[in-house]
Design a protein. Sequence first.
Length: 233
Amino acid sequence: MVHNRGKWFLHIGITKEVPDFEQQGNPQIVGIDRGLRFLATAFDSKGETLFFDGKKILHKRKKFLEIRRQLQSKGTTSAKRKLNQLAQRENRWMTDINHRIAKTLVVAYGSHTLFVLEDLTNVTFNTDDLPKALRNSHRSWSFFQLESFLTYKAQAIQSKVVKVDPAFTSQRCPKCGLVEKANRHHETHEYRCKQCQYRCNDDRLGAMNIEMLGQDWLSGVKHPKIKKLTTAG
């Protein structure tokens, strides 16, 4: 039982049995790149891309930050109470965003889908193109919460989430296989391969490479990883 704003809510936990994900039968593979400019970019085995724009999210987080700093500067008991309320409000908002993204993904791709994510443990994001006030957003945005939500929602529809090594997913050309850090241009959010001239949005490119690692996992590779090639392979 939870009492909130004059209302009582009853939370009831249930257990539902669902069939396990089947690797056979040519399941759909969806690579998902997570970030700040786009909270998620999904690339599927049909070659289609789904973007979740994060610009409005960053704008609202900046407002939360400004209010937080104003309250912190006051230092009063009332301000501290409001800070706690603000933190709870922001957490509820973030949770709702992640729930909606996860739900959109499972509805868009349906059952028998392999969702592939990067293992972001100890990984940080490039924030050079963000306002200084938001440079630390990558540390506090709940990417792992999105991963958790997507995992259980996928299981409920006989789909699966797997994590792969994030190394070079933003540097590998999906056409010729060249891995070159300089090919990614953060200022324009574009990837341009100097070897085969392939051009692509950098977030989409990351999702493409993650989807490719999902193909490797499905074919039996236990720990899929991109190998650094300095020439086409």
